[in-house]
Design a protein around this ligand. Sequence first.
Ligand code: SAH
Length: 225
Amino acid sequence: MTSFSHRDPSTRGQGMTSQRARDRLVDDLAKNGIRDRRVLDVMRQLPRHLFIDEALASRAYENTALPIGQGQTISQPFVVARMTEALIEAKLPRRVLEIGTGSGYQCAVLAQLVEQVYTVERIDELLRSARRLFRKLGISNVRSRHADGRLGWAEEAPFDAIILTAAGTHLEDALLAQLAPDGCLVAPVGPAGRQQLLRVRADAEGWVHESLGAVSFVPLLGGTG
Ligand code: SAH
């Protein structure tokens, strides 16, 4: 796995953004039921404070969602860990599609674990700043696109796994169609206040849906911003 700390002093962090702060967060995730060592190790390394506004950096290692501008949020660390764990549990995917790049944090976590990540974001400004961060952190196995992610990324399909970080009212057929036969999709689904985290996999009979609990995500919107 990449070590980020030697690249740039701002990557290392200090005080509230130090390695100790990251360690405490990860210990907390483990205590709250995150078991996958691979996920915990990545989150221990990755400087989440770089993915949010400097004014909020001191809160980067609290287990909470934070605003990233444009009315969007960086997901709560526990939810990032849970979704990542759910996505790689049965089999480590090789190629993953993410819908909703946002700050780029979830994408960066995935990029440390799998061969290639494809990520789609509808707000250009967020995408640009995520791309800058990937470059700064030396993350080179991410391809990103400014588009409506509800349509997936047909040219690159099929994907071994698909993750949505914004909640739709239903699962998009276009996305299910881009999943490899033994693939896995993890997504928040439902209206505000009543969202469930779903994991969808196919068996011989068809799609198998599994609920992983209640969550609260920003909505999956149409078009590009
Ligand atoms: N994975 C992000 C979470 C960001 S919040 C992170 O780790 O920071 C969800 C993101 O989904 C927002 O940036 C929002 O603009 C984006 N989004 C919402 N609807 C979308 C759509 N149809 N296509 C692509 N991105 C979408």
